[in-house]
Each structure stands twice: as structure tokens, then as C-alpha cells.
Design a protein around this ligand. Structure first.
Ligand SMILES: C[S@@+](CC[C@H](N)C(=O)[O-])C[C@H]1O[C@@H](n2cnc3c(N)ncnc32)[C@H](O)[C@@H]1O
Length: 221
């Protein structure tokens, strides 16, 4: 059975060579090679990629150096205590095209006010946050992105009300036990209507290992 991707018992904390605290999420090592080609296919070749919910920072540190030279990667997370660890990983990557991590909480109504982005990437957040975070993410994306620019969502989804694998049934239950406002979102019934409401259309859906998807949305032209 595929291992569900959640920061909990599978995530760990440690320190870098300078003694800075940083976290490790094993799932990022499992999924990054599958995600990278989809980023290359769907991100622009120039501009700013705003990563929402960067978590440990391991995705930022892996993806940014492997993307076109014209792209700058901006990691963010709601949790201020995550920033030092994110910056520690991104410094180790040696990539000069990664900005210092900053706090962004997409459930705040005005989160997108003082930011700019040519693309958005958000992995493993919308099922591990209350629904208002998805609504806020979509609303901000609709305001921030230029016409035709993408928002890529990675994670597990239900399709037309059904789970895409047996493992996700238990995973969904465990999420809801941790917080009744969490849970695997339904792509057709919940996520796409919220996207449409915010001015985003579906570009494509890409199947990922372990019953995950990348949903590529784009700002209406
Ligand atoms: C399971 S982790 C995923 C981290 C990383 N994207 C990954 O795939 O490993 C979920 C992250 O979402 C962040 N998060 C939760 N609610 C958020 C919100 N409203 N705005 C921004 N980030 C949020 C948490 O702080 C946490 O770092």
C-alpha cells in the first residue's frame, strides 16, 4: 500500500552543519522525481514561482536548481518556525535563484496583496488544512497570476466523489480524526468549482505515483 504523505510520524527534525534547526519529510524524496518533469512542462521559463506551503523546504531546494535559469523560486509557509529550516536546505542547494522563505498564510483574505508571481506551486496542503485555505489559495491565485499562468496542486484527490485508491480511504479517515476540517478534497465536486469561481480553469491532470495527482489550473485569459 502506498505510504500516505503527511507530516506527522514520518516527518523528523534535525540540525544542519551550522546547528540550524531543519525538518525532513521522507515523502519529498519519494515524489520529487515524478513532480519535476511536470513542473518543467507547465511552468514558464522566466519569472517568479511562488511556492505555497513549502514545509521543510526540501522541494524548493531540489526543484529550483533543476528549472530554467530564468525562474526565481520563492518558498513560503504559514508556519514562521519553518522558515529557518527552509532557508537552510535552500542554502545547501547552492542555487542563487531561491529567495529567502517568507510567511504566507493563504487563509488570510489579503495574503496575495504584496506578492508577485508568474506561477504558483502548492504540494500536500489542501487536504491538511481547513477548506478555507483552498478557497484562499484560489482567490489569491486569481488575483496574482497573469492571464494563462499556472497554479500546480500536488497531492491526493477524490475523483467524482470516489477515492482513487484503497490507501486513500484510510488516509482520509486519519486526516479527519486529526482535524475534522481536514480531508482529501474532491476534484470535480469541490476543487474545480472553487477554482472556476476564482477565475481559474483546468489545464490538465497528471497522474502521480502512490495515488496522487498534479492538477494544473491556469488563470483565465
Ligand atoms: C504536509 S505539509 C506539506 C509541505 C510540502 N509542501 C511537502 O509537500 O512536503 C503541509 C504544509 O502546509 C502548511 N500550511 C497549512 N495551512 C496553510 C495555510 N493556510 N497557508 C500556507 N501554508 C499552510 C503547513 O504549515 C505545512 O508546512
Amino acid at each position: 500500500m502506498p505510504t500516505p504523505e503527511i507530516h506527522g510520524p514520518n516527518a523528523s527534525s534535525g540540525k544542519d552543519a551550522e546547528g540550524e534547526p531543519r525538518r525532513h519529510a521522507p515523502s519529498t524524496l519519494r515524489n520529487r522525481d515524478a513532480i519535476l518533469p511536470v513542473l518543467i512542462d507547465h511552468l514558464p521559463t522566466e519569472g517568479r514561482v511562488l511556492e505555497i506551503a513549502s514545509g521543510t523546504g526540501e522541494h524548493a531546494a531540489f526543484f529550483a536548481p533543476r528549472l530554467p535559469d530564468g525562474l526565481v523560486w520563492q518558498p513560503t509557509d504559514r508556519d514562521p518556525s519553518a522558515l529557518a529550516g527552509i532557508d537552510s536546505y535552500t542554502a545547501d542547494s547552492g542555487c542563487a535563484r531561491i529567495e529567502p522563505a517568507r510567511v504566507v498564510d493563504v487563509s488570510h483574505r489579503l495574503w496575495a496583496e504584496d506578492l508577485s508571481a508568474d506561477a504558483l506551486f502548492c504540494a500536500n496542503m489542501i487536504h491538511i488544512a481547513p477548506w478555507i485555505a483552498t478557497l484562499g489559495l484560489m482567490a489569491g491565485a486569481g488575483r496574482l497570476l497573469p492571464p494563462g499562468a499556472p497554479l500546480l496542486l500536488y497531492g491526493p484527490f477524490r475523483r467524482d466523489g470516489r477515492h482513487t485508491g484503497d490507501g486513500n480511504v484510510d488516509f482520509d479517515r486519519s486526516l479527519k480524526q486529526r482535524d475534522p476540517e481536514w480531508g482529501i478534497r474532491d476534484l470535480e465536486g469541490e476543487v474545480l468549482p472553487a477554482a472556476q469561481q476564482a477565475g481559474l480553469a483546468l489545464r490538465t491532470v497528471v497522474a502521480m505515483p502512490a495515488n496522487n495527482l498534479i492538477v494544473v489550473l491556469e488563470r483565465h485569459v
